[in-house]
Design a protein around this ligand. Structure first.
Ligand code: SF4
Length: 387
């Protein structure tokens, strides 16, 4: 017992640098409303639960079939909730079908037309996203909040730098700043609270990295509601991924953020992949393969770049959380291989070293390296028949 305790203590000390002290926000339930949901339990946002991965469809919501197809593909990649816009009646009409058959809770995105929000709630949405500032009159806002209360549907108050209220902007010299975004969020929160509802999550999105990060830090100090992190209009896949990783990575390392959405000018499936890569890099969540590979240099004993691409494309079915190291030579290759589930190290002999569970396993020449490694991965970590 004592030895185990010491072992446990030493591991804790060894990895103490990895610990992130997350703020424990109020928790919120995205209930299961459809028949297609694959998880029997509701998705919990906040309160110390794992950071929830979500994205937003870009199909016409009125086309329920295409929307469900996209939701399904995102689910397969790890989406835990999906948002759909409801800009018109045809969209809310399709919501029933979407909610009923979706594998994950559906969040309805509502702007301007409070009635679309009520229709979406009646169709079974698990949550609605509104910007109370643009939803209409106070009476209209109260109607939508009443529908949420009656149906136990949480609200995301989504403040965005592009739609900040004029009076708040004027107060801050017409220049968006963290104080302005947070003031808008707190005003909107109060409006909803005054109407008797506190199942709330909040976002203060901006496309500027520093503005976004500092706004969320300030908001996190001012309220205890779960925060939906997002760098809005992040841009094309490559630069948008970097900007999102910088901003959300900084916040997550501060222990801020309960759910994330990456906003790329790319398909939502790509956004889900980025969400996971980001959460995996901070070891906040785990899912599937983590590839550790070197950039390659003159010492490489096989073409690292093409080998990584080939192996990665042939193991997309692997759902187990495994580390694969692919390094072009022995400089760092063996060290990484001994810490990975499977490791490949380029050898000068042309017979490259393959490690399994940290131990030497076999050798393979360049010509059959990919094939050999993929075979081992599939047999060791692939789903077996009946699983
Ligand atoms: S592991 Fe070897 S091949 Fe890869 S970058 Fe380092 S020295 Fe170069």
């Amino acid at each position: 017992m004592f030895v185990l305790y010491l072992l446990d203590m030493s591991l804790k000390e060894k990895y103490a640098y990895k610990k992130i002290n997350f703020k424990k926000t109020q928790s919120l339930e995205l209930k299961n409303c459809g028949e297609g949901l694959r998880n029997s339990e509701a998705v919990i946002v906040g309160g110390g639960s794992p950071v929830v991965v979500q994205s937003m469809t870009n199909t016409l919501t009125s086309d329920a079939k295409a929307t469900l197809q996209q939701i399904e593909e995102c689910y397969e990649l790890g989406a835990e909730a999906m948002r759909v816009s409801v800009p018109d009646k045809a969209s809310t009409a399709a919501m029933k079908d979407i909610v009923k058959n979706s594998p994950v809770p559906i969040i309805a995105d509502v702007h301007f037309h409070y009635k679309r929000g009520i229709e979406a709630i009646e169709a079974g949405a698990s949550c609605i996203r509104i910007n109370p500032g643009n939803i209409g009159t106070k009476t209209q806002l109260s109607e939508i909040v009443k529908a949420c209360i009656d149906n136990n549907v949480p609200i995301r108050i989504g403040v965005n730098v592009g739609s900040l209220e004029q009076n708040i902007l004027a107060k801050y010299n017409n220049e968006p700043c963290p104080e302005a975004l947070v003031e808008s969020a707190l005003n909107n929160i109060k409006m909803v609270e005054d109407l008797g509802w506190n199942k709330i999550k909040v976002s203060v999105k901006a496309s500027d990295v520093m503005l976004m990060v500092k706004s969320y830090r300030l908001l996190s100090r001012k309220c205890n509601y779960p925060l939906h992190l997002g760098l809005t209009e992040a841009g094309p896949a490559f630069s948008g991924t970097i900007k999102s990783a910088v901003s959300m990575g900084a916040l997550l390392m501060d222990g801020i953020g309960d759910t994330i959405r990456i906003s790329l000018s790319a398909l939502p499936q790509e956004e889900i992949k980025v969400c996971w890569a980001l959460l995996k890099s901070l070891e906040l969540r785990s899912r599937g393969v983590n590839i550790i590979s070197c950039p390659s240099c003159a010492r490489q004993q096989f073409d690292v770049i093409s080998t990584v691409a080939k192996i990665e494309s042939q193991i997309t079915n692997i759902k187990q959380n495994i580390d694969i190291s692919i390094l072009g030579c022995v400089v760092n290759g063996i060290g990484e291989a001994t810490r990975s589930h499977i490791g490949i190290t380029g050898a000068m002999s042309g017979q490259h070293l393959i490690y399994l569970h940290g131990k030497p396993y076999c050798k393979a020449p360049t010509e059959t390296l990919v094939e050999t490694v993929v075979k081992i991965i599939q047999s060791e970590f692939g789903e077996k028949d009946g699983e």
